[in-house]
Design a protein around this ligand. Structure first.
Ligand code: SF4
Length: 829
């Protein structure tokens, strides 16, 4: 109305949006030398701005603030003086001040007041002024008849209460589909997700399969506003803008490629996903927007490339520091260039988009508080404003509404359930405003100014709820966090309902499941046998995968289902492992044998290790940014320490020479011919070979070779590659802080001291001799190879062990197998 008045020339003054007003309060509080620096000033500014609004709503005179009641009221009085001076000097009008100024002509021919439990003094004065000026004021309060049927029920706790309410609503909707029902939940904002999930389980049982709320449920409407920033379409646009203005960030580029609200995402979605996978695999942090634009053009994403080109041009014209009103224009240009929010936003997305656009416009009103701001700073301001704005899209009218007590004021239903009526909430405790004088709050009846006021308001609200429907159920949770609760004293005289009709148990999900049509069961645990070409594809890891999960081996090795890499700063685990291999390979290429190591003094050993480590890091250092360079220095120190520890273990061994490092060879195992790469092979004093595998993880143990389906069958496979009769020892070389050294098995104790010897004391259980162990390995590897060659694609025989770190759960759907489904149904009861 204020804006209408201004447009009509009836009022002067400039509109001050809430975001800008909050910035003004922040600045005032920040500049107040009496505010301790430890106090959270943004929170303080929000609380003070709220008190400013209450002060106007309840007509508290500014003089009353000078009562000196407390440090808080004194501080608030100072801030109010500063704020009033500011708005007066600059001719602003904010949301608290505007109602007193609005001209009656804006309300003509009349208005109807709906949903007011009680008018504030400001609203009262406003309506009286308008009525005196000839505006017709209609008010429906008190016109509703009281409920015909009121009953009371109790439930174990808050969750059981919502479940009971949802079943009651489901039963009523089942018998009469055209009725309108509401469930009132006291702290709905806080419990939004929990309540949605419980009601979904009853009304939209399919949501049980997704283990979460159905985002677009049409069976009920949940009226609880959340911050605008939590709307996906808004979160997406902020993420997009930030990825354009912040320093290059591969993770942000990856999100940009997957953002469904960028124009052209429908047509180019698959190509953009492939490009994302490629970037994750091959690119390093520091990948720029220009490089992304080129990659998009080369990889079948011409629409995205064109949009990025325009966006980059817009950004290049965005000055480093500029007033927010200029930023507003650039932000609109950028979102237009990116085609946000896509071709066909849904209704809720469209509403959120409109609210976002008005928020960006509000940013333009902040010039006088912020001065010139950088690009990232402007976006941070927008993010902060979007966190403050509460937004709830207007959904389709569903037959069931879940709502809080304040929001449903003025609404009528066929039946109503009011939950959470325990003594601690009805009436709620007093929460007087910390900045306004207590006496004024009591005199003017501010909400919850005292226990008496809170009790009176609670009675009024309950009375209004009871008049909202002909049938009302009032429910009380018996416990909260296992502590007992008492019923509200306001329920005195309300009779318990013994036989409340509810949607029958078993729950709807189970009922629908039981009524499902008969399906043919098909256990499809096989792919076609491997072709001759496929029989040579895949290395020793194929055997590891096959051992843990035949399905995973088939889809990873034959069908190429790989996990997406996660872009990260620094080195990932695989890269760290590669550095260990490279440093040790370089070192032993230089030393050649143990004798050379023994000839070196400590300084010589250290110098050799440092040369090897630096050689290993050389390539990574070439393209490292300052952050990565620091991380590589740390990595070099860790690596040097571990390699020196490893050399101590090598000095203690009987004589050996290194026969090969990072050596490729082929093994014929069952029906497969597998290409392998051996970390290191030593020739021992008796002429036999020792196969050595470097490990930095914690799972390198002899146990991992001994099961019927060995967990880490690579080393047994290397034995097969070298010829079992040539091998005298097999060992993991573990490089871990505090745990560096060799673990493994050997034919005899002299060849490789410290390893376990089959058949000897302390040797691996179940194996009487070295030969028996070699025979068992050969047979078990052959079984695994032949399973794979036949196309065996069963799910993991031991899911708890195999599935923990597997990325294929969505593809194999192990959770939906018989055992998973049984667990799901049990949990549904
Ligand atoms: S999740 Fe488990 S069953 Fe599924 S592919 Fe992975 S390891 Fe196999």
């Amino acid at each position: 109305m204020f804006v209408l008045d201004r447009q009509a020339g009836r009022l002067e003054g400039r509109w001050l949006p809430a975001g800008a007003a909050l910035l003004a309060w922040k600045a005032i509080i920040r500049d107040d030398p009496q505010v301790p620096t430890l106090v959270a000033q943004p929170g303080l500014a929000r609380a003070a701005y709220l008190s400013w609004q209450r002060l106007h709503d309840y007509g508290i005179p500014f003089d009353a603030l000078d009562c000196g009641e407390s440090l808080e009221t004194e501080a608030f009085a100072r801030w109010c003086r500063a704020y009033r001076r500011l708005v007066r000097e600059r001719g602003w009008v904010d949301a608290a001040m505007a109602p007193a100024l609005v001209h009656p002509s804006s309300a003509l021919p009349g208005i109807e007041l709906v949903g007011f439990d009680q008018l504030t003094p400001l609203q009262q004065a406003l309506t009286e002024r308008w009525a005196a000026a000839g505006v017709e004021i209609r008010r429906d309060a008190g016109s509703q008849p009281p409920a015909v049927t009121v009953g009371r029920v109790s439930a174990l706790d808050g969750a059981a209460e919502i479940d009971a309410a949802a079943r009651w609503a489901a039963q009523r909707l089942h018998s009469r589909a055209d009725c309108r029902i509401a469930i009132v939940v006291a702290d709905l904002g806080r419990r939004r997700d929990e309540v949605r999930r419980i009601v979904d389980r009853v009304l939209t049982p399919e949501s049980g399969l997704t283990r979460g709320p159905a985002p677009e449920s049409r069976s009920f409407e949940l009226a609880a506003a959340r911050p605008l920033i939590e709307q996906p379409v808004v979160a997406a646009v902020l993420d997009l803008l930030e990825s354009l203005v912040r320093p290059p960030d591969l993770a942000a580029m990856s999100r940009l490629l997957r953002n469904p609200f960028v124009g052209g995402a429908d047509g180019e979605g698959a190509a953009r996903s492939r490009l994302d996978a490629r970037l994750r695999r091959y690119e390093r942090p520091g990948f720029t927007l220009a490089a992304l634009e080129r990659a998009a053009a080369e990889r079948a994403c011409p629409d995205l490339a064109a949009r990025l080109a325009v966006a980059r041009a817009v950004i290049s014209n965005w000055p480093e520091k500029v007033l927010p009103s200029i930023c507003t224009k650039t932000i609109f240009e950028l979102t237009a260039a990116l085609g946000w929010p896509g071709a066909a936003p849904g209704s809720a997305e469209h509403q959120a988009e409109q609210r976002w656009r008005s928020l960006v416009s509000e940013l333009g009103a902040c010039d006088e508080f912020t001065g010139r701001v950088g690009r990232a700073e402007a976006l941070s301001l927008l993010r902060e404003m979007a966190e403050q704005v509460l937004f709830e899209p207007q959904e389709l009218r569903a037959p069931l509404l879940v709502i809080d007590a304040a929001t449903c004021a003025g609404m009528r239903f066929d039946a109503l359930w009011v939950s959470g009526l325990d003594a601690s909430r009805w009436p709620p405790p007093a929460t007087p405003d910390p900045f306004l004088p207590r006496a004024e709050q009591l005199r003017r009846g501010l909400p919850r100014a005292s226990a008496e006021v809170a009790a009176r308001e609670a009675r009024q609200t309950l009375g209004r709820l009871l008049a909202s429907a002909p049938e009302v159920i009032l429910s009380v949770p018996d416990t909260e966090d296992e502590a007992p609760l008492l019923p509200s004293p306001l329920l005195q005289g309300v009779a318990m309902v013994a036989d409340l009709p509810r949607w029958p148990s078993p729950p709807l999900a189970a009922a629908r499941h039981a009524a499902r049509p008969a399906l043919d069961a098909l256990v499809d645990g096989h792919l076609p046998p491997v072709s001759a070409e496929e029989a040579t594809r895949g290395g020793a890891r194929l055997l590891e995968l096959q051992s843990a999960c035949p399905f995973r081996a088939q889809v990873e090795v034959r069908l190429g289902a790989r996990a997406l890499e996660e872009p990260a700063i620094g080195l990932d685990a695989a890269e760290r492992g590669d550095l260990v291999h490279a440093a040790l390979a370089r070192l032993w290429e230089e030393l050649g044998e143990q004798a050379a190591l023994l000839k070196l003094d400590d300084g010589g050993v250290l110098a050799a290790v440092q040369r090897a480590v630096e050689a290993a890091l050389a390539e990574a250092r070439l393209s490292a940014d300052p952050v990565l360079a620091q991380l590589l220095d740390l990595e070099a120190r860790w690596l040097e320490a571990r390699v020196l520890e490893m050399l101590e273990a090598d000095r203690a061994r009987t004589p050996f020479a290194v026969a090969g490092v990072e050596q490729s060879c082929m093994a014929r195992i069952g029906a497969l011919s597998l290409q392998m790469r051996l970390d290191r092979v030593d020739r021992l004093a008796d002429g036999s070979l020792a196969v050595i595998d470097y490990k930095t993880g914690s799972n390198a143990e002899v146990r991992s070779w001994l099961d019927e389906r060995p967990r880490l069958p690579q080393l047994p496979a290397y034995v097969a590659a070298l010829g079992p009769s040539n091998v005298g020892a097999v060992a993991f070389a573990r490089l871990r802080s505090g745990d560096t050294g060799y673990v493994g098995v050997a034919r005899d104790a002299e060849g490789f001291p410290g390893l376990k010897v089959p058949g000897a004391k302390g040797g691996p259980k179940g194996f009487e001799s070295w030969q028996q162990l070699l025979d068992a390995w050969a047979q078990r590897l052959e079984t695994l190879a032949n399973e794979y060659a036949c196309g065996d694609a069963r799910l993991a025989p031991d899911p708890p062990r195999a599935c923990q770190y597997c990325h294929l759960g969505m593809l194999c759907r192990i959770r939906e197998t018989a055992s998973g489904a049984a667990g799901e149904e049990a949990g549904d009861e």
